[in-house]
Design a protein around this ligand. Structure first.
Ligand code: ATP
Ligand code: MG
Length: 193
């Protein structure tokens, strides 16, 4: 991909204790599901808006729009819940953790970003927003109902780990054969409630 474009997305970060819990559970399950590509612990995030490749010269404008969207969205409390899979548990391609609390607030931010960034030529999201934290991608569809149950048991503690979301992050995604690297370019504060 030419250097004049950068691959971007906006995400919500997760606290270190949750990252640690997820990382431990994922490491324990890794061996049992060999055809999965697990997200590295340091890469775990909840995508609010996937931007894709953007011309570098548009970056300043885009960053300003992300700031405006954030300024108008209040900070909120979030909590992760149970694991699930897209498109279905029986033919899973993606395994994720859902939001037990804060999904409506996250959806509102995603909507704001979607509307604002369209002005800069970023494609609008066609699918309804479903806030999720991707844990693994499967090379081919598998029935992962048992893994999800196992994972759900290991992650029961998440339900008691609410956290405050005060900012969102604009990331550059650098893809390589070793997997993606996410470079935080801007951290933008949400409105103080
Ligand atoms: P790889 O593409 O190598 O598997 P990745 O998907 O983690 O790595 P990106 O493709 O740059 O890296 O995606 C960055 C983030 O945006 C990820 O959370 C990804 O799930 C999400 N994302 C990527 N493509 C889309 C898309 N078309 N629509 C919505 N979200 C997307
Ligand atoms: Mg991708």
């Amino acid at each position: 991909m030419p250097e004049r474009k950068i691959r971007l997305f906006v995400a919500m970060d997760i606290p270190d204790d949750i990252r640690g819990l997820l990382s431990d559970s994922m490491t324990e399950l890794e061996g049992t599901l060999s055809r999965a590509r697990w997200v590295k612990a340091e890469n775990l995030h909840l995508t609010l808006k996937f931007i894709g490749y953007l011309e570098r010269e548009k970056f300043e404008k885009l960053s300003a729009e992300v700031c405006k969207a954030a300024e108008r969205a209040p900070g909120f409390r979030a909590r992760f819940g149970k694991p699930g899979a897209f498109p279905t548990q029986r033919r899973a391609r993606v395994m994720w953790i859902g939001m037990e609390e804060g999904s409506e607030e996250a959806r509102k931010i995603a909507m704001k970003l979607d509307a604002r960034l369209e002005k800069l030529g970023v494609k609008r999201e066609k699918r309804p927003f479903a806030g999720h934290l991707t844990l693994a991608r499967l090379k081919e569809p598998i029935d992962c109902a048992d893994y999800l149950e196992n994972l759900g048991n290991r992650l029961e503690g998440l339900e008691n780990m609410p956290f405050d979301v005060r900012e969102i992050t604009l990331y550059e995604s650098i893809l390589s054969s070793k997997g993606p690297t996410y470079d935080p370019l801007e951290r933008v504060q949400l409105k103080v409630k």
